[in-house]
Write a protein that binds this ligand. Structure first.
Ligand SMILES: [Zn+2]
Ligand SMILES: [Zn+2]
Length: 440
């Protein structure tokens, strides 16, 4: 016996997308996440079929497709083991994956594959350790989205801590990552915002600016579009808009909610026990349900979508996808992007290669369904991301006890290199590449 843990990286290596890390112990073979990379083309993790067949378990940190989107393909390749995740992650993943499969229609995935996946789920609760063969596994709140987890895995000799995606600060929805008494020698950390320049103002400052910008546009009868991730910043921004509309800070106009967000909101409502305490109390102590606010107007079909763009009124449209790679936002932009009275507010991470990133970088013409669309509206960026910024990543390194080795993943290559330069005097820092294997 070698008595070593081994890690192989099949994705999220010098990139944000297709998180997929293979962990081997003396007796267990486990996959940490099974994601895809979204962009103009979908990219899969480079995991060899021989490894998939031998897997004992998949640990799913959270529902975003860059962590969960490869699951159906694993089952299509013959995987027969369990998928461990929290209850909200399981429910949200079912919605996200059925949307992904119906839109991208991958040839290898059948109804039978999806049935196998649905039967494979095992609920993991936060801070309730369980065993996978010789491994002790424990989930911790990661503060990123509802049900999102960090995972500590130990073979009794060594421990590693995988952050998934994390947010240390409190948000409207969640109470921040739970890092109380966490120890591990090895850390696998996401670095979406790993550059020293990635320092964001407090949410209150961002929100104030955003609200006055929204008011400015609605006053002139313009439409404000907010492309959002169905799970995560959509709920955050909707709770915020509802709150400030009720208190009169923003003018009362319809908030149209289109796409998968409506389903995700229902799942948030009945899993509110996983949200921050203040939100739970508010729902318990009053009749008010912010997830089903009368300020929200769900858009249920294409006809209704057409009416929204035709109506001469100021309004707010919150819809998917967050990085403008699909979803109803493409329709709204194709109709509304030309009018300088309208506004596009980008609130989350925009990965390289997405239309969202092009717009963020100043593109004044984009392609939607092979048609060129002129961009005449105002574009503004606000940080309402569910990811921690660089000071929070530095804080994470202080909060995990006994750290010796740090793997930097889930980040753009330049940010990872910069981060490594800043911390390599304190830790053994590795930026793993696709397909590389390491002893831990
Ligand atoms: Zn995520
Ligand atoms: Zn991610």
């Amino acid at each position: 016996m070698v008595h070593d843990l081994k890690l192989s990286f099949f994705g999220a290596a010098e990139e944000v997308g297709r998180s997929c890390i293979f962990l081997e112990s003396d007796h267990a073979k486990v996959l940490l996440d099974a994601g895809i990379k979204l962009g103009k083309h979908i990219e899969y993790p480079n995991i060899p079929p021989s490894i998939v067949k031998d897997l004992d378990a998949v640990i799913l940190s959270h529902t975003h497709l860059d962590h969960s989107g490869y699951l159906p393909h694993l089952f299509a390749m013959g995987y027969t083991g369990k998928v461990y995740a929290t209850k909200p992650t399981i429910e949200l993943t079912n919605v996200m994956l059925s949307d992904y499969i119906s839109i991208s229609a991958p040839k290898d995935v059948t109804n039978k594959t999806m049935d196998l996946l649905h039967k494979s789920y095992e609920i993991a609760e936060f801070r309730e350790p369980f065993k996978i063969k010789d491994l002790d596994v424990e989930f911790f709140q990661s503060g990123h989205i509802l049900g999102s987890s960090m995972v500590r895995i130990s073979d009794g000799r060594k421990a590693l801590f995988y952050t998934g995606d994390l947010q240390l600060a409190k948000t409207r929805l969640l109470g921040g990552a739970d890092l109380k008494n966490v120890s591990a020698e090895t850390l696998l950390m996401e670095c979406t915002y790993g550059s020293k320049k990635d320092v964001f103002p407090p949410e209150s400052v961002t929100v104030k600016k955003m609200l006055s910008s929204i008011n400015e546009t609605i006053k002139t009868g313009g439409k404000v579009m907010i492309p959002s991730f169905a799970v995560g910043n959509a709920e955050q921004v909707l709770l915020m808009l509802d709150d400030y509309m009720n208190s009169g800070v923003i003018q009362k106009v319809p908030i149209y909610v289109d796409g998968m967000i409506n389903k995700a909101m229902r799942i948030h409502r009945h899993n509110v026990i996983y949200a921050r305490k203040e939100l739970q109390m508010r729902i318990l102590m009053s009749d008010y349900d912010p997830f089903r606010s009368p300020n929200f107007m769900p858009i249920e079909n294409k006809g209704a979508r057409g009416d929204v763009v035709k109506k001469e009124e100021g309004c707010i449209i919150v819809t998917t996808s967050g990085m403008i790679v699909g979803g109803p936002i493409l329709f709204y932009l194709s109709k509304l992007a030309g009018n300088p009275r309208n506004k596009l507010l980008q609130i989350g991470y925009q990965a390289a290669g997405t239309t969202g990133r092009e717009l963020q970088d100043g593109a004044r013409e984009i392609t939607i369904d092979r048609r060129k669309v002129k961009v005449g509206l105002t574009i503004e960026n606000y940080h309402l991301s569910a990811h921690g910024d660089r000071p929070q990543l530095d804080l994470l390194l202080k909060r995990v006890h006994g750290l010796k080795r740090v793997f930097l993943i889930h980040g753009e290559a330049e940010k990872l290199a910069e981060f490594k330069g800043d911390i390599s005097n304190r830790f053994d820092v590795v930026i793993p590449r696709q397909g590389e294997r390491y002893d831990v």
